[in-house]
Design a protein around this ligand. Sequence first.
Ligand SMILES: Nc1ncnc2c1ncn2[C@@H]1O[C@H](COP(=O)(O)OP(=O)(O)OP(=O)(O)O)[C@@H](O)[C@H]1O
Length: 259
Amino acid sequence: MKERLLEVQNVSAGYGAKTVLHNISFAVDRGDFLSIIAPNGTGKSTLLRCIAGVLPVQTGNILVKGESVSSFPRRDLAKIIAVVGAEEAVFDYSVYQTALMGRFAHISRFGSETAADFRIVEKALQDVGMWEKRDAKMSKLSQGERQKALIARALAQCPEILLLDEPTSHLDLYNQFVILRLIKQLTAKNNIAVVAVIHDVNLAARFSTNLLLLKNGRMLACGPPAAVLSTEVLATMYDMEFVLHNTDGHIYVQPNFAL
Ligand SMILES: Nc1ncnc2c1ncn2[C@@H]1O[C@H](COP(=O)(O)OP(=O)(O)OP(=O)(O)O)[C@@H](O)[C@H]1O
């Protein structure tokens, strides 16, 4: 049986008196790649913040490996969960220094990096295709290169749960596939779990084991792409019509949109 890594139980969350997410429940096991799909402003990033333990829930529970996320010391949680935010501020570190930050939670408080840490960082940078640019300053990179360096930092963290907020938003078509394929392969190889916010329904359907569909902060559906994607649910989510195509076992969603 697969091990449960994350359980979101009837969670409502928001900011101050405002509730953005209402009664969200789903579970993520080792090997799962769950993509969250929803219109802008629905609460996708808010949900990732709650899972990462940086935003307390208003009601409900979030369990990481069976324990409440709020019960973990930050350093311990960082050994389990790595996060790549949607628009992270970058400082004047090099690509290499940025990726090395992924090792901080694993280095003992008064220790320093070991050869194993350097090997892990090199592998992460090689995997995302940024090893050649390791000495470049983050501030001097293109947005896509920066995104790949931040993904390398998360991979260097060797997490069990990888949280990605729009990981492909700045990537070209080729790199969208390369990075999502890499993340999917690592999910299987390292037996970890991924929770990603992805706007492109077709990319999400192609790479995810499960999709979580939201509308106005509420769950519309959660399950394997073929089980949850329907013209009805997409019309409800986006208030427009869609046509679904099934090619070579993959679902493709096409907006039925008159120009
Ligand atoms: N720090 C904050 N304080 C108050 N309200 C916030 C804060 N962050 C987000 N919100 C509000 O919460 C709602 C959900 O925002 P969130 O960023 O989670 O949506 P999203 O689905 O990720 O959107 P997008 O697809 O546009 O990135 C929005 O109405 C937003 O204005």
